[in-house]
Design a protein around this ligand. Structure first.
Ligand SMILES: Nc1ncnc2c1ncn2[C@@H]1O[C@H](COP(=O)(O)OP(=O)(O)OP(=O)(O)O)[C@@H](O)[C@H]1O
Length: 604
């Protein structure tokens, strides 16, 4: 399925030929029919008023300058002023409505793309760079905004003006019109050829930019590692070369547009010169009045400038089509883990039992190398299972499969005898509380960080959870207590404090299954004790799987599962496993020695 996703993305990228990707945005426009028709009306009225002006000029020259009546000139100027006022009003309304639509559409596109991104499975993020996705969310949507705002309105205005001006030219002087109209294919040809070229180049430029943004994001979020290895200069150099790449790509796109502009203006200008030339001869020979020639000339200038405007706008729209295409690619990626059409519900039991049956799994990114081999394990309701094993044995992967971040390649996993594949992943995840090794702390107040476990939790519930997680004291010791800002631009929490916040979150979530990834980092004795008592509290009455690093946890577990290289190599209690003198005995000796001696000291 994932492969199909990738192929689809490549196909879309290859069909780099038209403005078609912009049609993806039509549903967004159709939500605002009133505004769109208002904008169209303003647009057409402005064009009509513009087209009236040359007729007024003709009348003024032929009648007013004919000298019969100065009153006529006055009334024409009055009329002209009225037309100008109406034109200005229609243009202002058009500007407001069109910009409103642009901003509105982009705000909706942004929210939709973001909410789609939150639904995609971790497998997608294993293969993507978050910086690149962020760039799509910001740079590409901005591109679309300018297309839908100013550019689309210009395009429509120019189109309506062009058609109107051509009709009026034909009415004014059919034979002069033919000269001008003959030039149109000459203008359109380079327009179409270069438009395509500009579009491809602009896509390259945006891609390069997204790469540079991804690199910058990665470096800045790891600023401590970067500085500790004194990599500032290398990082700057690499970013500069990425930025240079983006500049070069943009330069090429701009170059193609500049050539396009040259051709458009040159051909249009030449045909205007030809019209002037032939028209002057016609006036001299008396087949045309001066007013008619002026009127025709104004129309042909209008037609020409709107066509030139169209060519510019075409370039802009091509840029936006590139952006829309990249966003559609993102929107077309289907979450690999989705709810089945008719999801089953897991029986609402406090006592949840879990089972793995012949479960094998491999990550897509790791050359399909199996990470778990035929795991079979049944966990009783309320049981505490400690999972131990060397690094890379597949312990965290077991958690990933239980949370259904990934589906097993073969075999099955079930909760209360319902296969995980048959339930809505959101429903499943509601039944599980995960306390990760390195809990995420968000840029929000401590209270909000805890309430992440149960959105809308009351202050009393938050405090009760914090107390149970032995976090209340350190929180109240902070200047603003529960209202202290944490995360970016806030206080930095220690490893032990973060863990207790994560435990408080899990307590609030109050899920029947608990997945606990114990921190390896040595906590000082006091916070270790606090974290441990918080965990004891949390584990009560829940089905618990702990990736165990502490002897205390292992000793408390009902059973210990020993994993090595993706397989379960042994299951038993501490004393059974030590007596078997297998991998566990070795691990216990190496890993828990320090802990064990502390325990012995405490005991004696
Ligand atoms: N997202 C991923 N994409 C590809 N391979 C992965 C991914 N996550 C883990 N792996 C690989 O899967 C194997 C098992 O990893 P896992 O994290 O489950 O091990 P672990 O027993 O939890 O290790 P540790 O104790 O070091 O956390 C490793 O070889 C690892 O490189």
């Amino acid at each position: 399925m994932a492969k199909a996703e990738t192929d689809k993305q490549q196909d879309t990228a290859a069909s780099n030929k038209s403005l078609r990707p912009l049609s993806r945005l039509i549903p967004y426009l159709s939500r605002y029919k009133g505004m769109v028709s208002g904008a169209l009306m303003a647009l057409v009225s402005a064009a009509v008023f513009t087209l009236v002006l040359p007729t007024a000029v003709r009348q003024m020259i032929d009648r007013g300058f004919g000298g019969d009546n100065p009153e006529v000139i006055n009334s024409y100027f009055g009329l002209l002023l009225g037309v100008v006022a109406a034109l200005s009003l229609a243009s202002a309304i058009r500007y407001y409505l069109v910009m409103w639509i642009g901003e509105r559409v982009v705000a909706n596109v942004r929210s939709d793309v973001f909410s789609h991104m939150t639904e995609l499975s971790p497998a997608f993020y294993d293969k993507s760079r978050s910086g690149e996705i962020l760039s799509r969310l910001t740079a590409d949507t901005t591109q679309i905004k300018s297309a839908f705002g100013a550019t689309a309105s210009l395009a429509m205005r120019n189109l309506v003006l062009f058609i109107g001006a051509v009709i009026m030219m034909l009415v004014t002087s059919p034979h002069l019109s033919i000269i001008v109209l003959a030039a149109i294919p000459l203008i359109l040809l380079p327009l179409i050829l270069f438009g395509r070229n500009v579009r491809q180049r602009s896509r390259t430029s945006q891609d390069t930019l997204a790469n540079a943004a991804a690199y910058a994001g990665e470096m800045l979020s790891n600023i401590r590692s970067l500085q500790s290895f004194v990599h500032e200069r290398e990082a700057s150099k690499r970013f500069a070369s990425a930025a240079e790449g983006a500049f070069q790509a943009a330069r090429k796109a701009t170059g193609a547009r500049a050539i396009l502009t040259f051709f458009a203006i040159f051909i249009i200008g030449s045909s205007v010169v030809a019209v002037l030339w032939i028209g002057s001869n016609n006036v001299l020979s008396g087949t045309m009045t001066g007013g008619e020639l002026s009127q025709f000339l104004l129309y042909s200038i209008l037609a020409a400038s709107s066509l030139a405007g169209l060519s510019e706008v075409w370039g802009e729209l091509s840029l936006a089509a590139g952006a829309a295409e990249r966003l559609s690619e993102l929107l077309e990626v289907k979450p690999q883990i989705a709810a089945p059409i008719a999801p089953m519900t897991i029986p609402e039991l406090r006592n949840v039992h879990l089972s793995f049956q012949d479960t094998s799994f491999s990550y897509e990114t790791a050359d399909d190398k199996p990470v778990l081999h035929e795991i079979s394990l049944t966990i009783q309701g309320g049981e505490t299972i400690a999972i131990v094993g060397p690094s890379g044995a597949g312990k965290s992967t077991l958690f990933h499969l239980l949370m259904r971040f990934y589906d097993p390649t073969t075999g099955r996993i079930s909760m209360n005898d319902v296969k995980l594949k048959d339930v809505d992943p959101k429903d499943l995840r509601q039944r599980i509380a995960l306390v990760p090794q390195d809990a995420a702390i968000f840029a929000a107040t401590i209270a909000d960080n805890i309430a992440y476990g149960k959105p809308g939790a009351s202050a009393a519930e938050i405090e009760a959870a914090a107390r149970a997680a032995s976090a209340h004291d350190f929180i109240t010791a902070m200047t603003d207590g529960y209202q202290t800002m944490a995360g970016e631009r806030g206080v930095t929490l220690s490893g032990g404090q973060k863990q207790r916040i994560a435990i408080a979150r899990a307590i609030l979530k109050d899920a029947p299954v608990l997945l606990l990834d114990e921190a390896t980092s040595a906590l000082d004795a006091e916070s270790e004790h606090l974290v441990q008592s918080a965990l004891d509290q949390l584990m009560q009455g829940r089905t618990t799987l702990v990736i165990a690093h502490r002897l205390a946890t292992v000793l408390k577990a009902d059973r210990i599962v020993v994993m090595e290289a993706g397989r379960i190599v042994d299951i038993g209690t501490h004393s059974e496993l030590v007596a078997r003198k297998g991998l566990y005995a070795k691990l216990a000796q190496l890993q828990f020695d320090a802990g064990a001696s502390t325990q012995r000291q405490t005991a004696s």
